[in-house]
Design a protein around this ligand. Structure first.
Ligand code: SAH
Ligand code: AVI
Length: 325
């Protein structure tokens, strides 16, 4: 069968992306304490570093989620979707397990990966179009907060949001996101959500602070992206990587801690960002869940959980849900 190049819809032209980056970063850097949205990790280098993280012994989520997909992809494929949409698709690596099972079930016609990282999306979509010549690969470069409508393709859709990326959204944004997602889905469409589960804090902290320092480099990459995009003059080496378990919020917080007093120029802000030695810049939250808690959150947003697949060691779960109206 002839290979057809993937269609790539760019909803996030570079200029608009830079403007959004600049606005968001200026506001969050001016806040006290200052923080950054985790979306800024993911330029080409950040995506590569994330890919390395997923192969680390300490970072269990990818490994365990993959094993869940190996075990349950056929059951998931049995829902009979013709379109698989993936939010924050990255390299689409684990997704091939779902694609294989859905092609095996004879229903899948189209795969729609959506990601903010254009280079990563183009590479993944191109590779998948070659691997699956009969599959219509339709990539979307976009933001899953703003461009969900771009996923309206297909009659019977399965939306996969894997890797527990939903945990990187603060609770209010998470709630809004689930409501927005529900509003673009029709009766009969499904959501497959990967969630990292609450567990002992020591293994959580190690997963986010590996001894080889890959996560530390991933964390500091956000500063490199800001320097290039916004014209800030962060010295990434002036920051120490920190991962903290917040037991009350049930999330891991990644931070960059100033090693010494410093001033950082932030173009567009009247005053420089002043950080004292030991002061933190929050770069990511990674919330951990229970299946019961997620079931309740999904219900509130308009979804009914029909199946949940929990790993043997209860580290990670896949939750399959449909809309109820
Ligand atoms: N789903 C993959 C990748 C997870 S990494 C996995 O499970 O391994 C998170 C991915 O989400 C990255 O590829 C990043 O570029 C993307 N991402 C982060 N914020 C996003 C946003 N607001 N909109 C779309 N993609 C986003
Ligand atoms: C993409 N996201 C789900 C990862 C996580 O585990 O929160 C990002 C990450 N941060 C540090 N390591 C991996």
């Amino acid at each position: 069968m002839a290979v057809v190049d993937p269609v790539i819809e760019v909803h996030l032209p570079a200029a608009e992306w830079r403007a959004a980056l600049a606005d968001a970063a200026r506001r969050s850097l001016a806040a006290r304490p200052p923080w950054l949205e985790p979306v800024w990790f993911y330029d080409e280098r950040g995506s590569e570093l994330f890919d390395r993280i997923t192969g680390l012994a300490e970072y269990y989520p990818t490994r365990v989620e993959r094993a869940l997909l190996v075990a349950h992809a056929e059951e998931i494929a049995a829902i009979g979707a013709d379109t698989l949409i993936e939010l924050g698709s990255g390299t689409s690596d684990k997704t091939t397990l779902l694609i294989d099972a859905m092609l095996g079930a004879g229903t899948l016609r189209r795969y729609v990966p959506l990601d903010v990282s254009e280079e990563t999306l183009r590479a993944a979509a191109g590779a998948l179009a070659h691997r699956y010549p009969g599959l219509d690969v339709h990539g979307v470069v976009g933001d899953f907060h703003r461009h969900l409508a771009a996923t309206r393709l297909g009659d019977r859709r399965l939306v996969a949001f894997l890797g527990s990326t939903i945990g990187n959204l603060p609770p209010v944004a998470r709630r809004r996101f689930l409501f927005d997602l529900d509003s673009v889905l029709d009766h009969g469409d499904r959501l497959l959500l990967g969630i990292d589960l609450v567990k002992d804090p020591a293994s959580l902290v190690t997963a986010y602070d590996d001894p080889g320092g890959v996560t530390a480099e991933f964390n500091r990459n956000a500063l490199r992206v800001l320097n290039r995009s916004l014209g800030t003059d962060f010295d990434p080496d002036a920051f120490e990587h920190v991962a903290i378990w917040d037991a009350r919020q049930r999330w891991i917080e990644m931070r960059l801690r100033a090693r010494w007093d410093q001033e950082v120029i932030v173009p567009g802000l009247e005053a420089p960002l002043r950080l004292r030695a030991g002061e933190d810049l929050r770069t990511e939250i990674s919330a951990k869940f229970t299946v019961e808690g997620v079931t309740a959150e999904l219900w509130e947003a308009g979804f009914v959980v029909e199946r949940s697949f929990v790993s043997e060691g209860e580290e990670f779960a896949l939750v399959l849900a449909h809309t109820y109206c």
